[in-house]
Write a protein that binds this ligand. Structure first.
Ligand SMILES: [Zn+2]
Length: 395
């Protein structure tokens, strides 16, 4: 129990805090860029830091298969290997293994799966999942759990949740306590309130450094994600960090912060950056769209990112995207992560000053309906809302 968490202020259920780890502090609420294969795709670590990110997420599953946790350990751990000296949280590998339908078998002991790279067989158990994250030298280790799909039968969700809670206990037993390193439990139970409550109680009984809400953002829709968050957060200890896994779009982050969530991760800003989509205060922009072809404006004149500050026009970005130039991914990823980090900084400042409701109203007015970006009313925003229903962002 050695990852510190200090609460500085609250505004309704929302919390402003600091997470303290072996590799430094993280001001919360915080968004963690996803560094799947020991890299935040398209950006060197110094540029990731410039966006304002203070903590990254690493993927145990991908790293255990390639280049291997033992090799990373021999090379000094994940921080030294990827040249990121700030905090790192690693997932347990369970999420990716679960999404490998047809390639894995789940038992009480753990998950037996075949590598998607070379077909080799691996056994991920609570003990090995924790050990691999220890080898990676992750500041925050996540327990092995089963992320149920949506929709799922109640009986299936109940049995899966109960097994994940037994795994959580074994992960706690296997975790080596060290100063600045912590282990987070994961609340499961799909969209069933009583299962979520039983899961939270089971985790509290074991005792963790932080508590994640898993199994959401898998297609249930924002309303259900928020409803399950509302049900779960009051059951979690106020003095420990709360992490909503795999979330999300900017409006998901604002809504979840208002519900008391401290940590987030999602591939959306980085993946969008590689597919020609920019996230801005005024909603998403598809840079491949021909209407940007002669637009001299930056993505957002108020943005401090290398793309906007550097004077790169929407027209130029449109050209780069259409020509499939690498610079498109670099500039759009830098912009998207900067936007996400500045959004989180705005939320932190609002909570600290007790003005979160005003911040939410201003955010919604800009993000939801403005046509300042040149799109026709109802154009990209309507498309986004259409996309949002049932959208998930597998890591
Ligand atoms: Zn920008």
């Amino acid at each position: 129990m050695t990852v510190g968490f200090t609460l500085h202020a609250t505004d309704g259920p929302a919390r402003r805090g600091t997470l303290t780890t072996a590799h430094g502090t993280v001001e919360t609420p915080a968004f963690m860029p996803v560094g799947t294969a020991a890299t935040v795709k398209a950006l060197p670590p110094a540029m990731v830091a410039e966006t304002g990110a203070e903590i990254l997420l690493g993927n145990t599953y991908h790293l255990m298969l390639r280049p291997g946790a033992e090799r990373i350990a021999r090379l000094g751990g994940l921080h030294a290997f990827m040249r990121w000296d700030r905090p790192i949280l690693t997932d347990s590998g369970g999420f990716q293994v679960m999404s490998l339908a047809g390639r894995r078998t789940i038992s009480e002991e753990g998950v037996l799966f075949q590598s998607h790279l070379d077909g080799s067989r691996h056994h991920l158990t609570p003990r090995t999942a924790v050990h691999i994250q220890h080898l990676l030298d992750s500041d925050v280790t996540m327990v092995l759990d089963e992320c149920t799909p949506f929709p799922v039968d109640r009986e299936v969700a109940a049995a899966s949740m109960a097994r994940s809670m037994r795994w959580a206990g074994r992960c706690r037993d296997a975790f080596v306590d060290r100063p600045g390193y912590g282990l987070f439990g994961i609340v499961q139970g799909s969209v069933f309130e009583d299962l979520r409550a039983r899961s939270a109680a089971a985790l509290l009984e074991i005792g963790f450094d932080g508590y994640a809400i898993g199994g959401l953002a898998v297609g249930e829709g924002q309303g259900t994600t928020f409803a399950m968050t509302d049900v779960t957060t009051p059951l979690l200890p106020a003095n420990r960090p709360r992490y909503l896994m795999g979330v999300g779009k900017p409006d998901d982050l604002v809504g979840a912060v208002a519900r008391g969530i401290d940590l987030f991760d999602c591939v959306l800003p980085t993946r969008s950056g590689r597919t020609g989509q920019a996230w801005t205060r005024f909603g998403p922009l598809s840079l491949s769209n021909a209407r940007h072809a002669e637009d001299p404006r930056p993505l957002d004149p108020a943005c401090r990112c290398p793309a906007c500050r550097g004077g790169f026009s929407r027209a130029y970005l449109n050209h780069l995207v259409r020509a499939k130039e690498i610079l498109a991914a670099i500039l759009l990823t830098a912009h998207n992560l900067t936007y996400y980090q500045d959004l989180m900084a705005g939320l932190r400042a609002a909570i600290a000053t007790g003005t979160l409701r005003a911040f939410q109203a201003a955010f919604a007015a800009d993000f939801g309906g403005s046509t300042d970006n040149g799109s026709a009313p109802g154009g990209e925003h309507a498309a986004r809302r259409a996309d949002a229903a049932g959208t998930s962002f597998p890591r």
